[in-house]
Ligand binder design. Structure first.
Ligand code: MLT
Length: 274
C-alpha cells in the first residue's frame, strides 16, 4: 500500500525533516539528496513518477529547508552520517542513493562509509573532484557575505548558472520554484554548507572501487558539472551507464523531468530484475 509520512529525525543537536513515501512493501527504496542550497521539494517531479512503485525517502539535508541549522561548518561527512541515521530510523537496510550536485558529494561519502548499505547510486549533475583553492576561497567569501546580506544574494549569484537558456526562457514557473527554494534557505545553513563543500574530499581515485550499479545523469547545458566531466566519471565507475538530458542545465530533474524520470525508471527496473 502506498503511504505518505512527513516526519523529523531528532538527533542530539538537530532535527532532520524528511518525507517517506511510496509502498512500504516495495523491494527497492530510493533516498533522494537535493542540491545546494535547495530542499527535498526539488524532487517533486520524480516523486510523482516513482512513488507508485518505489519507496522514497526525501530528507531536507542539515541546514536546508525544514531541517535545523548547525552554524559554522557542515561537511559532506556530517550530512552522510545524518542519512545513515535516517536509514536506521526508518529501518531500511539497503537503498539506492540518488544525489544531485551537493547531494552527489554526500552520496560519495555515504558509499565510502557504508558500501554494504548502498544498493546502487544515481548521480545527477555532480562532480567527484574536490574544489580548487580558488573555488574554495570564493565559497568562504560567499559564506561571509550571505550571513550579512541574506539568501537573496545567493539566489542572485547562483540562478544564472543553474539553468539552461531554454529553461530560463520557456519555464518561468521552474525558475520561480528554484528561486523560492533558495530564498527559503537559512543564510547560516548556506554559509555552513559552503564551508563544508570547500573542504570536501576528492573521490576521483576511488571511483573504480565503486562496485554497485550506477546511473550518471547530466543536463546537456550544465556549466557547473559538464557532460564531459560527468562522462569521465561514468567511464571510471565499473558498472555505470551515462545519460545526457537534452535542454537541461545543472538542475535536470526540475528542467526536464520526463527524460530524467525515464532514465531513472529504466535503471531501477533493471536493478529489480537483476
Ligand atoms: C549544487 O547544485 O548543489 C551546487 O552546485 C554544488 C556546488 O556548489 O558545488
Amino acid at each position: 500500500m502506498s503511504q505518505q509520512a512527513t516526519s523529523f529525525l531528532r538527533l542530539d543537536e538537530v532535527q532532520i525533516y524528511f518525507r517517506d513515501i511510496g509502498p512500504r512493501e516495495a523491494a527497492t527504496t530510493v533516498v533522494l539528496l537535493h542540491g545546494f542550497p535547495l530542499q527535498s521539494d526539488m524532487w517533486q517531479f520524480q516523486e510523482l513518477a516513482l512513488s507508485a512503485s518505489y519507496r522514497m525517502i526525501l530528507p531536507d539535508l542539515r541546514g536546508h529547508g525544514r531541517s535545523s541549522v548547525t552554524p559554522g561548518t557542515v561537511g559532506m561527512d556530517v550530512m552522510a552520517e545524518d542519512v545513515l541515521r535516517l536509514l536506521d530510523f526508518v529501518q531500511i537496510d539497503r537503498a539506492v542513493i540518488c544525489g544531485l550536485s551537493m547531494g552527489g558529494y554526500v552520496a560519495w561519502e555515504f558509499w565510502q562509509r557504508n558500501p554494504q548499505r548502498t544498493q546502487a547510486l544515481i548521480l545527477c549533475d555532480t562532480r567527484s573532484s574536490a574544489d580548487t583553492e580558488e573555488v574554495a576561497r570564493a565559497r568562504h567569501m560567499m559564506a561571509a557575505q550571505v550571513v550579512t546580506d541574506g539568501a537573496a544574494m545567493a539566489a542572485k549569484s547562483m540562478l544564472p548558472k543553474l539553468l539552461a537558456n531554454e529553461t530560463r526562457q520557456n519555464q518561468p514557473d521552474r525558475v520561480r520554484l528554484i528561486e523560492q527554494m533558495i530564498l527559503a534557505t537559512d543564510p547560516q545553513g548556506i554559509a555552513a554548507t559552503q564551508r563544508g563543500m570547500a573542504g570536501r574530499r576528492d573521490f576521483t581515485s576511488t571511483l573504480p572501487d565503486i562496485d554497485v550499479p550506477s546511473l550518471v545523469i547530466c543536463g546537456s547545458e550544465d556549466v557547473i558539472s559538464t557532460p564531459t566531466e560527468m562522462a569521465e566519471i561514468s567511464e571510471s565507475l565499473p558498472q555505470a551507464e551515462f545519460v545526457e538530458i537534452p535542454g537541461a542545465g545543472h538542475l535536470a530533474p526540475i528542467e526536464q523531468p520526463a527524460a530524467v524520470n525515464d532514465a531513472m525508471l529504466h535503471f531501477l527496473a533493471n536493478l529489480s530484475s537483476a
